[in-house]
Write a protein that binds this ligand. Structure first.
Ligand code: MRU
Length: 361
């Protein structure tokens, strides 16, 4: 791999025509193994999203969109007539949209692909399963390709404002999490490709280690220096004064700029504020949920106890101990210096600026 940034890995791909299959790089196996799984039915897509084989807000949106095409493929193979084929796709889409609750990209992408087969278009209701699948696939591919461009634009806007000094990030926001180079990680890799030199510090990101397993994997492949730290070392690291900024991704941003992201993000933002280190979020417009005014309204996914009490099947807590395992938390807008989007940087982070940059007000 090149030392100047290199190629980004691909984590989601479609193989074949309208009745083809969704293929996912199984992120639960990284960094030990690079393995692809094939999803030929909707149940497999939902399982992959729930178990984080595919993860990261934009990537689960793209997988969800292709998942709707997979549903149409099921209808083709079952020989369903137009009306039952359409009903099957709508039902599967509703299940896909609910596979994970916090990242709004999933619902956004599923709703967007469905719009191409919506009535009152008479052609829609009469369309054969093959026709439906072809239309859905075109739209899913469009979402995928668009995300590639959004990542590039976010990388460019963010690199232009990235402060001097080392960069601290949380979770994984790279190519694995998107259809392109990433969001927060694209800012880092774009700045690196510009010739900027710094150390990237990656929170390991308990309990599922997306920072250690995935962000470090991506950066090592690209030849960008990365150091992994346990999440609880972030305060000590910030106190050294070497961190120029923190930058993270988002799963849902509300109209006032409050941001849901991987658990631990809020704590990191509080620490950054205490040390006067600017805290940035990077996210495409598809991650904004302008129907929600503030962060308290964002549904937070809670996951199983075993992720905390016995990671990889190894008990680290006694039997009988409970576990608190929210997958996300909400960082209030006042702790965020700027939100980097594909349309520009929202700063200060206020309801007015969100509306102005996103062109929604
Ligand atoms: O549970 P995950 O791994 O899907 O959580 C991912 C995150 O929190 C990311 O920071 C976010 O989705 C942004 S990805 C560009």
């Amino acid at each position: 791999m090149s030392r100047s940034g290199g190629e980004s890995p691909v984590s989601v791909r479609w193989n074949g025509g309208a009745d083809g299959q969704l293929e996912l790089l199984d992120q639960t196996r990284l960094p030990a193994a690079v393995e692809w799984i094939a999803c030929r039915d909707v149940a497999a897509v939902i399982e992959a999203i729930r178990s984080l084989r595919v993860r990261g807000a934009p990537a689960i949106g793209i997988a969800g969109a292709y998942g709707v095409v997979v549903a149409a493929g099921e209808a083709i193979r079952a020989g369903l007539a137009p009306a039952p084929a359409r009903a099957h796709v709508l039902l599967a889409a509703a299940e896909l949209a609910e596979a994970r609750p916090t990242a709004v990209n999933l619902r956004w992408a599923v709703e967007r692909v469905l719009r191409v087969i919506e009535p009152p278009d008479a052609r829609s209701t009469a369309a054969s399963a093959t026709d439906i699948a072809a239309r859905l696939l075109d739209e899913a591919v469009a979402i995928h390709e668009e995300d590639r461009r959004l990542c590039a634009a976010i990388g460019r806007y963010g690199a232009d404002i990235l402060p001097e000094g080392d960069v601290l990030t949380h979770c994984n926001t790279g190519a694995l999490a998107t259809g392109g180079d990433g969001t927060a990680l694209a800012v880092i890799t774009t700045a690196w490709a510009d010739g900027r030199r710094f150390q990237v510090w990656a929170d390991e990101t308990r309990p599922l280690f997306q920072g250690a397993r995935l962000t470090a994997w991506e950066l090592v492949q690209r030849g960008i220096p990365v150091t992994v730290l346990v999440d609880s070392a972030a305060g000590h690291l910030l106190a050294t004064g070497r961190i120029g900024c923190c930058i993270v991704g988002a799963d849902r941003v509300t109209a006032n700029g409050d941001t849901a992201n991987k658990i631990g993000t809020y704590g990191l933002a509080v620490l950054a504020a205490a040390h006067d280190v600017p805290f940035y979020v990077a996210a495409p417009s598809s991650t904004f949920d302008l129907a929600i005014i503030e962060g308290a309204e964002i549904p937070i996914e809670h996951r199983g106890a075993a992720e905390v009490t016995s990671p990889w099947g190894q008990a680290v807590a006694p039997e009988g101990a409970g576990a608190f395992n929210p997958a996300f938390d909400v960082t209030p807008a006042r702790l965020i210096r700027g939100i980097v989007t594909e349309r520009g940087v929202i700063s200060p982070v206020t309801r007015e600026q969100v509306a102005r940059v996103l062109g929604a007000g």
